[in-house]
Design a protein around this ligand. Sequence first.
Ligand code: GTP
Ligand code: ZN
Length: 374
Amino acid sequence: MALIRQRKLTKQQLRRIDKQQAQQQESIDGSLMDGVVMAHYGKQLEVQVTSLPTLIPERPEVVEGEPEPFWQAIELGDIWRCHVRTNLPMIATGDKVRWVADPNTGFGRIESVQPRTSLISRPDRYHKLKPVAANVDILAIVFAPLPAAAPNLIDRYLVVCHHADVKPLLVLNKADLLSIEDYAFTQALLDEYQNLGYETVLTAAPCPENILHGAQSEDQPKAQLGLSDLQQKIKDKLVIFAGQSGVGKSTLVNALLPDSEQSVNVISTNSKLGQHTTTTSRLLPFNRDDLTQGGIVDTPGIREYGIWHLTPDDIIAGFIELSALAADCQFRDCKHTHNSKGCALWEAVAEGRVLQRRVESLVTLQAEADTPTY
Ligand SMILES: Nc1nc2c(ncn2[C@@H]2O[C@H](COP(=O)(O)OP(=O)(O)OP(=O)(O)O)[C@@H](O)[C@H]2O)c(=O)[nH]1
Ligand SMILES: [Zn+2]
């Protein structure tokens, strides 16, 4: 067996090591800068520079006759491909990070993640919960007369918002297709949600199918019905659009984004690395030069949102008018179905204090959470 000889370091050696470590730390601290995660490619991320480091690296002199070495200057607003330091928690699009950039390689490294105001997660195909978007302010729940609005789906997204700490905004799109009867029904539905304290907006997006679009010019403002209301409500906010396929999410997103952001699949500004890659999510800013003006997080995966990773208790917490009432149910494990004995929720329905539809919706979603479909 080999003998391991332990050698005691002299005081001087220890001092030297301490000094070296302090210098290394100082050099990392000086290189650190702020950034926002704009896109996620699994192992690599795209980060936009939002502050410059205190120590700006200088471009090396080019030796005459030698080829010019690669050098990527650090400029505000540029987007860099980054790796993540080991042992950091999972990072999502929208995360605010502290990071260092290496101009010699054109790659950055994320060193830490700033505290989040909200986090939207979804299960991946192995049923592990993955963060997809951080610091989102608003989840726009889009629905339409066609495909018909399913209130149960709205309730499902409201639960998701509650748990992600994101404010929901109910957007009824394709308002141009509403007949007079439909309009009354839809307005009543929106009123119900407004009475619960949720914000709502009615929109018609500019597109060829919009029956108001292409009408006489004086009708033109009608063709973009509600779009400015929507714009006002999401001003300076980071927003995610969710809802059934075909309700007009992409059409709305395209109408809301400036021309420069229209093309999804944007290529990294660091064009040497630019290539089309599928992202899990991407932040499309309203103003590329000022991320505080908000933007839209394009997240394909959020659209059909399962909530089976939540427990029945988590789900009732997302039904804000029902959660406190449930404490008065006769049995602690009350399932709140129509025939549950002593159910305080159904008493409240009978007295007209809460909506039957919402209680039924709760029961459906709790049953779904009890029996995950995978
Ligand atoms: N009449 C009318 N049609 C609309 C409106 N908004 C979108 N559409 C049309 O509805 C269809 C679906 O719109 P999309 O924007 O692709 O819907 P989506 O929600 O993004 O659908 P997925 O990408 O499948 O999730 C398209 O043909 C749009 O042109 C609207 O306000 N009124
Ligand atoms: Zn009950």
